[in-house]
Design a protein around this ligand. Structure first.
Ligand SMILES: Nc1ncnc2c1ncn2[C@@H]1O[C@H](COP(=O)(O)OP(=O)(O)O)[C@@H](O)[C@H]1O
Ligand SMILES: [Mg+2]
Length: 263
């Protein structure tokens, strides 16, 4: 079971869109996919038309009951989506209180990893969406993952401080047994603007192997897809944006994901 986290400390850079788009692309390739939403805003659930506050269980309950996790209890925290083969472990607003209530307990950073280990046989791929905050939720996501995808909006302000942020993020979630690799994915690229090409040039200068050598273009179909509560792969399969995410997936799968390591 592959576990990838999609993270960036900035909001609005395309994290949730990347999770939904890669998840849809994996499903189209016949894979069983679980998305885990660790963002208290629960955007991923709303994106897929699921009102997470109305569900009986969420990731928050899984954290509260972490001392007695079994395969069955983990499964009760998962709901199907309107796309066959695509499930969601939903978030709720209550998750925002987790840092305060449980953040200092011993072993809190490894709960998600343990929970996912229990359901290893059920899915081929797990994609974890993150809040734009460095906290216990992101630590859990990073500690559970073998690869991190960092969507970065191709805009000057979005790439400022990226290097330090990525290093801090990876170190925070690091556990001794895991070798992280990460891929920076330029998003919302508008080739008509000078700002976008300048940002891309800067990313190329600052990063080497970690930078995906293509871009996710600005594509209004992503917004339309979220309005229709479908991954773009299912809403507009032949759109430019979906094709770009498919190429990203090809490249991620072809890459030796343990090659680039943070020491
Ligand atoms: N490539 C893209 N082109 C156009 N709009 C996009 C693109 N990627 C994301 N968006 C839109 O930008 C907004 C923020 O994206 P989102 O994925 O929610 O970011 P994050 O999860 O990082 O906060 C959403 O309205 C989304 O539909
Ligand atoms: Mg989001």
């Amino acid at each position: 079971m592959k576990i990838w986290t999609i993270a960036n400390q900035k909001g609005g850079v395309g994290k949730t869109t990347t999770v939904a788009s890669l998840a849809g692309a994996f499903v189209k390739r016949g894979q069983r996919v679980l998305m885990v939403d660790t963002d208290p805003h629960a955007s991923l659930g709303y994106y897929l038309g699921i009102d997470c506050e109305q569900l009986p269980c969420s990731l928050y309950d899984l954290f509260l009951g972490h001392k007695s996790l079994t395969v069955d209890t983990v499964k009760t925290h998962i709901v199907p989506t309107n796309v066959q083969g695509l499930d969601l472990m939903p978030s709720t607003m209550a998750l925002a209180t987790l840092d305060r209530s449980l953040g200092h307990e011993e072993g809190m950073g490894l709960i998600l990893k343990k929970a996912l280990k229990l359901i290893e046989g059920e899915y081929d791929v797990v994609l974890i969406d993150c809040p734009p905050v460095l906290g216990v939720l992101m630590v859990n996501a990073l500690a559970a993952s073998e690869h991190i995808i960092v969507p970065v909006q191709t805009e000057f302000l979005a790439i400022k401080g990226l290097d330090r942020m990525v290093k801090t993020m990876l170190l925070m979630g690091r556990s001794k047994k895991i070798n992280y690799s990460y891929t920076i994915v330029p998003t919302m690229y508008d080739k008509r603007t000078r700002a976008a090409s300048a940002a891309l040039k800067q990313l190329n200068e600052d990063y080497n192997e970690e930078l995906w050598q293509e871009v996710i273009p600005v594509d209004t179909k992503f917004r339309d897809a979220s309005l229709s509560h479908l991954p773009a792969s299912h809403y507009a399969p032949s759109s430019r944006g979906v094709k770009a995410y498919n190429r990203l997936l090809d490249d991620l799968l072809a890459k030796d994901l343990c090659h680039v390591k943070i020491s």
